[in-house]
Design a protein around this ligand. Structure first.
Ligand code: CP
Length: 337
């Protein structure tokens, strides 16, 4: 029989294609985690799993060109997208130094014009920029999908999808679980992940921020609106005892390429209360799984790396499959104006 000739890879490929064609509301861009529904997240996680199991890229995606426009430094997002693009049989174009493009402060070409041009030379734009709303500005003039790879302090939606995929993998389900955010709560990865956590029926969200950077009001308001219990603590000893997962961030994000913030505190001097070491985890007999979008500074000591709690490098491995899922959905759209 013809059907019996299909391998598990073929079947996964067919499933993934059907899911793409039956998605209820096709989004043109991925600019904010706010725009995602739980069915989007479920579908993307299933497609990412298919790619992890070896599903082949959809035929209509192979050979497409993805423009990577990184105005800010990046290791994981840049290389993660690049490896996902290669695995899908696509190509990347981009400039090593966006300051050498015309969209720099001296030449002054607008982000809108940059998007109008690059989207006519490629099938998709992935942009990272220090300015809040940069990806949205580009999307308004782009004739191809735009993915926000991080815009200032605002959002980083693909990292949030990677985080949800990794949390689900580690915990089985996020429903009913206590999820803690360690470190500076102002970062874009935190905002985007809180947007997605509101869909996942977590039992509670715990923040363990430095005293000098309170949790942003919009995050607290969002959790209140969705009636998700929220606690603020100032020592990781609490979530090590009481939470199922801790999503770490640097104690102070001001050093990692964001515009300088007022009240800057020198990084790499994380106080013990906000630092994870193998000794602390073992002493607490903690089963909490430790995640981190990375880069880490000194908030997770390398002594933690070999503990079963450490999920942050597995999180990076899984990121490739989630980015393949996002790319394959959006690349199938084509030109839209
Ligand atoms: N997680 C993340 O955004 O890392 P990069 O800054 O290295 O891309």
């Amino acid at each position: 029989m013809y059907a019996s000739l299909q391998t598990p890879r073929d079947l996964a490929r067919t499933d993934a294609k059907e899911r793409r064609l039956t998605r209820p509301e096709f989004q043109k861009h991925l600019l904010s985690a706010k725009s995602l529904t739980i069915s989007d997240v479920d579908r993307l996680c299933r497609t990412a799993e298919d790619f992890e199991l070896g599903a082949l890229p959809p035929a209509d995606v192979v050979g497409k060109t993805v423009a990577l426009l990184f105005f800010q430094p990046s290791t994981r997002t840049r290389m993660g997208f690049e490896s996902a693009v290669v695995a899908l049989g696509c190509h990347t174009i981009g400039m090593e130094n966006m300051a050498a493009s015309r969209s720099n402060t001296r030449s002054g070409e607008t982000l809108e014009d940059c998007a109008a041009v690059i989207s006519r030379l490629s099938d998709m734009i992935v942009v990272r920029h220090h300015e809040v709303g940069a990806a949205e500005r580009m999307a308004k003039k782009s004739v191809k999908p735009v993915i926000n790879g991080g815009d200032g302090w605002n959002e980083h939606p693909t990292q949030a999808l990677v985080d949800i995929f990794s949390l689900r993998r580690g915990l089985g389900t996020i429903r009913g679980k206590s999820i803690c955010f360690g470190g500076d709560p102002r970062g874009r990865t935190v905002r985007s992940l809180v947007h997605l956590l509101r869909l996942e029926n977590a039992r509670e969200v715990v923040f363990c921020p430095p005293q000098h950077y309170p949790v942003p009001a919009d995050l607290l308001e969002m959790l209140a609106e969705y009636q998700i219990r929220c606690r603020i603590v100032h020592d990781l000893a609490v979530p090590l005892r009481e939470s199922d997962a801790i999503m770490m961030a640097p104690y102070d994000m001001s050093d990692i390429g964001e515009p300088a913030a007022s009240g800057y505190v020198s990084p790499r001097m994380t106080p013990e209360t906000h630092q994870l070491t193998a000794e602390r985890i073992l002493k607490a007999n903690s089963k909490a799984l430790i995640f981190h979008p990375m880069p880490r500074l000194d908030e997770i000591d390398p002594s933690c790396d070999d503990l079963p709690n450490a999920m942050y490098f597995e999180q990076v491995r899984l990121s490739k499959f989630m980015r393949m899922a996002v790319l394959s959905e959006l690349l199938s759209i084509g030109t839209f104006s």
